[in-house]
Design a protein around this ligand. Structure first.
Ligand code: KIV
Ligand code: ZN
Length: 388
């Protein structure tokens, strides 16, 4: 099995399906350029048949991006596939991602099709798409709630028609990590031609487990592609978050042992760009990209960090694009952290007694003000004439 994990970013397609997150052609192109700098393997640029604007955005991205595969979603019908292929014509590397639902509830209530009709349409659409591009991804929408025997038949058939990636979405975020991992493993074991395709996970976050489920799909199930979005943007509670899943892979390489091409130092820039473009604010305590992700506020932690960063840091802020970690000066800060900040600010104290006096003033202020900024410290020490 390959040691390489494909990172498939769908910020511009599934992320955009988040209510209120729609983007213009130029905004999408700007984000696509940042995704290329981030070195994601595949950029799902949109859904060509969904609107003229999306068609044009995919076309512009396909004509611009050189270092990542550019992909368009399409339903499993000839018109959608033709539009996807047309939009992707200028791409250095193009992928068509075609899907049809396979769960009983979706087939009966949404598609109003029998399982046999769904199977035929899945086969026919992959065959049709193969005439236009070589790289074909097939998704069985709502795969996780599908009947296993039927799903195996569909997957075997579309691989025979030429699908090169098989995506097993947890469309409604219903999965539990261990169960989802075992589900992928069972499918791979039961489908006779399973090794002819790369298996992919696509998890939604309705129960807050999209990242955990994706990791289990890789570790237990043997999937080698993760579909994810910047900041976890996406329908309802969102999709698997790219920054979290990539940094989990990196930080716990001892456990996952897979190669990920992403340049993690571009993560923060991508997060900020997506947040500013969509207006979706990143919560301060969001892993990796939240304002507090590398901030230390308590005295005990600050003291530990000053002695050795790995006391309270499992990864470096700089590795994901922050200029440095942050020591928050406030009422929980200790004397050592205060003294270090004075040094960083170029404040010279003549004696330990002066440091003690300044620290006492700082604590008084910190009781009144939740965060003490550098300017506050400078004002405090100069006002009181503690330092020259
Ligand atoms: O969640 C889902 O099932 C999807 C498919 C179209 C891949 O987004
Ligand atoms: Zn989705």
């Amino acid at each position: 099995m390959s040691d390489k994990l494909v990172i498939f970013d769908t910020t511009l397609r599934d992320g955009e399906q988040s209510p209120g997150a729609s983007m213009t052609r130029d905004e999408k192109l700007r984000i696509a350029r940042q995704l290329e700098r981030l070195k994601v393997d595949v950029i799902e640029a949109g859904f060509a048949a969904s609107s003229n604007g999306d068609f044009e955005a995919i076309k512009a991205i396909a004509n611009t991006i050189k270092d990542s595969t550019v992909c368009s979603l399409s339903r499993a019908n000839d018109r959608d596939i033709t539009l996807a292929a047309d939009a992707l014509q200028g791409a250095s590397r193009a992928r068509i991602h075609t899907f049809i639902a396979t769960s009983p509830v979706h087939m009966e209530k949404k598609l109003r099709m029998t399982p046999e009709q769904v199977l035929e349409q899945a086969k026919q659409s992959v065959r049709f798409a193969r005439n236009r591009v070589a790289d074909i991804e097939f998704s069985a929408e709502d795969a996780y709630r599908s009947e296993e025997d039927f799903l195996c038949r569909v997957i075997e058939a579309v691989i025979n028609e030429g699908a090169t990636t098989i995506n097993v979405p947890d469309t409604v975020g219903y999965a539990i990590p261990e169960l989802y991992g075992n589900f992928i493993k069972t499918l791979r074991e039961r489908v006779p031609n399973s090794d002819k395709a790369i298996w992919s996970v696509h998890c939604h976050n309705d129960l807050g487990m999209a990242v955990a489920n994706s990791l289990a799909g890789v570790k237990i199930g043997g999937a080698r592609q993760i579909e994810c979005t910047i900041n976890g943007l996406g329908e309802r509670a969102g999709n698997c978050s790219l920054e979290e899943v990539v940094m989990a892979m990196r930080t716990r390489r001892d456990y996952f042992d897979l190669d990920v091409r992403v340049d993690a130092t571009q993560i923060l820039a991508a997060s900020r760009m997506v947040s500013q473009t969509t207006g979706f604010v990143v919560q301060p305590n969001k892993a990796i990209v939240g304002a507090n992700a590398f901030a230390h506020a308590s005295g005990i932690h600050q003291d530990g960090i000053m002695k050795a960063r790995d006391t309270y840091e499992i990864m470096r802020a700089e590795d994901v694009g922050w200029s440095a970690n942050k020591i928050i000066m406030g009422k929980l800060s200790g004397r050592n952290a205060f003294k270090q900040r004075l040094q960083e600010l170029g404040v010279q104290m003549d004696s330990e007694a002066e440091v003690n006096l300044a620290f006492a003033k700082f604590k008084e202020l910190a009781d009144r003000k939740s965060e003490i900024f550098d300017e506050d410290i400078l004002a405090l020490v100069s006002e009181e004439n503690i330092a020259q």
